[in-house]
Design a protein around this ligand. Structure first.
Ligand code: ATP
Length: 236
């Protein structure tokens, strides 16, 4: 792996019985890259995120993160994941959930960090309420705080805007821009073109298990990108 590649995916394939979800994905990201991945339903985006997070084994191919194939304890503890599951404990309060994850990541004196994240996601005044009483959007907000508690060097976001109101979505976009400015490496899957194009520096389209488009945001002509995007969306 060369110096510039923080994450390298080679020849990644995943088959679920008779479905070929990924059909040979190659991708290199430098440290600090923010890739937004678009694509139609069933394109393989969640499958790709789960494999990079080491939650799912590929059928073949490799994922190398910061030089090491497969995740060792060090890098795994520095990954943040927002997925379709919130990974929150319903019977714990918002604060207790963040305290629990702080202890898992062995974060020393996490109280200020927890306080600040609860303010960031707008849940500070609900911090002592159980997650089971939260709306879907509030759970998503807390899930974002959970994913950020360990100050991840690699952030994997699978439809993070799902369920968020406009205020929370803007807070998330601003926070992602800040993390990007701090050279965190981010892969975000979203169906929200506006949010994706305004935050990421690299833009990809996954279609039928293949990366059919990958460009620097700065090179993209918006009109031709929309043409590509809608062509692939029609292919569902
Ligand atoms: P969406 O935008 O709808 O979330 P996606 O791009 O994230 O879609 P995946 O969830 O990765 O797509 O699914 C890719 C393909 O793999 C689909 O055809 C899906 O039906 C199939 N698939 C995903 N998970 C499984 C599974 N556990 N068992 C069988 N097939 C699966």
């Amino acid at each position: 792996m060369d110096d510039t590649s923080f994450l390298r995916i080679q020849g990644l394939r995943k088959s679920y019985e008779d479905v070929d979800a990924l059909r040979g994905v190659d991708l290199s990201l430098a440290r600090g890259d923010f890739l937004c991945l678009f694509g139609p339903n069933g394109a393989g985006k969640t499958t790709l995120i789960k494999i990079v997070a080491d939650l799912l084994k590929p059928t073949s191919g490799t994922v190398e993160i910061s030089g090491g194939q497969n995740l060792d304890g060090g890098i795994r503890s520095r990954i943040g994941l927002i997925s379709h599951q919130t990974l929150l404990y319903d019977e714990l309060t918002a604060m207790e959930n963040l305290q629990f994850y702080s202890s898992i990541y062995k974060i020393p004196d996490p109280e200020d960090k927890i306080d600040s994240l609860l303010h960031t996601v707008g849940l500070h005044n609900r911090r002592d309420e159980r997650v089971s009483t939260f709306s879907a959007g509030m759970q998503q907000r807390l899930s974002i705080a959970r994913a950020l508690i360990n100050d991840p060097v690699l952030l994997l976001l699978d439809e993070p805007y799902s369920g968020l109101d406009q205020f929370a979505a803007t807070v998330l976009s601003n926070h992602l821009k800040e993390l990007h400015a701090r050279h965190r490496t981010i892969i975000m899957v979203t169906h929200n073109l506006t949010r994706g194009l305004e935050t990421a520096n690299r833009i990809g389209i996954l279609s039928e298990g293949r990366l059919v488009y990958l460009k620097d945001r700065a090179e993209i002509d918006l009109r031709s990108f929309e043409d590509h995007y809608f062509t692939h969306m029609e292919a569902v």
